[in-house]
Design a protein around this ligand. Structure first.
Ligand code: HEM
Length: 424
């Protein structure tokens, strides 16, 4: 049975409710997964600043309200309530959700401010040049492995292992172990999906969280005994002073860095390559002038980002552009739709790497206090990945752009595979 947004909340619409959704959206339909942008366009045009999905649940698809809402302190995080609403109060007490709820991503100030400051301190120590070298070395190794074959699935052979290699190096965990966690990583990030998980997916996410805790707990104990320059040791050091963090907080946030550090970037590398392959003239512009690389990456992030939704909960009753939002209501901010808002980006549906620098920033990394902590690293990885692949694999060609399969997810947007060939 197709799952629509209406399965998110068990409260029915009252017949006299002042707001009612104007568009039925089937989140799981193959057409929506393949290309959600026509539906986003309709929502932006017809939905107003806040689009009512159902009582207590709103969607923002335009740039200006999305940007403002991300920065508005009256909206924040209340993950466990949303879990209780979607899965029932019993499930909300599940250890899986307790672990996820310790991610800084799901906290509000002041607890968030304290945790983010400590993690940023540990995370910001590596200089951009050092990160670039790390990414370059990982790219070179991966390209060396695939080069003689002349053909590869770039998602499996490059886009996924590259950010895993970078975050594994930053955490100083063996690469083969980090790579072996792919099924668990993908199972766990599903907790951020809009539609509630099936019982089987929920169990897989819980098993994954348990496995990661069992992996990171002894690692942390080891780093306490023998600190190094890795992220876990730096975080332990940063948390030594008055701002102590509990072991559970540290483990959960190392896990967050591990997951956020590769799931998002891996999908973004795939989306960026696809956008360039689908627009050969733009690719030719980049090949002719590599100084366009940062601009091209920015446009890839805007045109088809790998994170399409961020969620906020009203922490108090709010009247937003004339619409009453009750305390506890959830607002989904559709970053993917905001990034193509024609009110802000001229020819918003066009992929244009020459877009002027003065154009507003895409919302792909969010905004406000939760602005992506890894944005700098992600841009470095994307730039390095595109340059290495396109420069080192002569006549790199996609095999078939007509039968591409997308991952069947709504929050994270990415490709299942991307087969390419090149001259050896
Ligand atoms: C292209 C790649 C990436 C994209 C599109 C992306 C996107 C995002 C977005 C939209 C948010 C904000 C979510 C919200 O407001 O609810 C976020 C937060 C976050 N990201 Fe990223 N991200 C990427 C890469 C990374 C990397 C490489 C890392 C770390 C290694 C990372 C770590 C984080 C963390 C820790 C947060 C939470 C920040 C906070 O709550 O204060 N991300 N990311």
């Amino acid at each position: 049975m197709p799952m629509s947004l209406c399965t998110l909340n068990s409260r029915p619409w009252k017949p006299d409710h002042p707001y009612s959704p104007v568009l039925p959206i089937d989140l799981t339909s193959p057409a929506f997964i393949a290309d959600p942008y026509p539906a986003y366009r309709q929502l932006r045009q017809t939905g107003g600043p806040l689009y009512p999905l159902m009582p207590g649940l709103w969607l923002v698809t335009r740039y200006a309200p999305a940007d403002a809402l991300l920065r508005d302190a009256r909206f924040g995080k209340d993950y466990l309530s949303s879990v209780a609403r979607r899965y029932g109060p019993e499930q909300a007490r599940h250890p899986l959700f307790a672990t996820v709820n310790r991610f800084m991503l799901l906290m509000n100030p002041p607890a968030h401010t304290r945790l983010r400051a400590l993690v940023s301190k540990a995370f910001g120590i590596k200089q951009a040049g050092e990160l670039r070298q790390l990414a370059r070395r990982a790219c070179d190794r991966l390209i060396e492995d695939i080069y003689p074959t002349g053909r590869a699935d770039l998602v499996a052979a490059f886009a996924y292992p590259l950010p895993v290699a970078v975050i594994a190096a930053l955490l100083n965990v063996p690469l083969h172990e980090a790579l072996s966690f792919q099924p668990q990583s993908q199972a766990l990030v599903k907790v951020f999906e809009l539609a509630p998980l099936s019982a089987a997916d929920l169990q897989a996410a819980a098993d994954a969280a348990e496995m990661f805790e069992a992996y990171f707990r002894p690692l942390l104990a080891e780093r306490r005994r023998q600190p190094g320059q890795d992220l876990a040791s730096l975080l332990l050091k940063a948390a030594e002073g008055e701002d102590r963090l509990s072991e559970d907080e540290i483990i959960a946030n190392i896990l967050l860095l591990f997951l956020a550090g590769h799931e998002t970037t891996a999908n973004m590398i795939g989306n960026a390559l696809l956008a360039l392959f689908q627009h050969p003239q733009q690719l030719a512009l980049l090949r002719a002038d590599w100084t366009l690389l940062p601009q091209a990456v920015n446009e890839c992030l805007r045109y088809d980002s790998s994170v399409h939704l961020a969620a906020r909960v009203a922490l108090q009753d709010v009247v937003w552009e004339g619409v009453e939002v009750a305390r506890g209501d959830t607002v989904y901010i559709n970053l993917g739709a905001a990034n193509r808002d024609p009110a802000v980006f001229s020819d918003a549906e066009t992929f244009d790497i020459l877009r002027p620098d003065a154009a507003p920033k895409p919302l792909s990394f969010g905004g406000g206090v939760h602005y992506c902590l890894g944005a700098r690293l992600a841009r470095i990885e994307l730039e390095t990945a595109l340059a290495a692949l396109l420069q080192r694999l002569p006549e790199l060609q996609p095999e078939d752009l007509t039968s591409l399969r997308r991952r069947p997810t709504n929050t994270v947007r990415g490709l299942e595979s991307l087969w390419v060939t090149w001259q050896t």
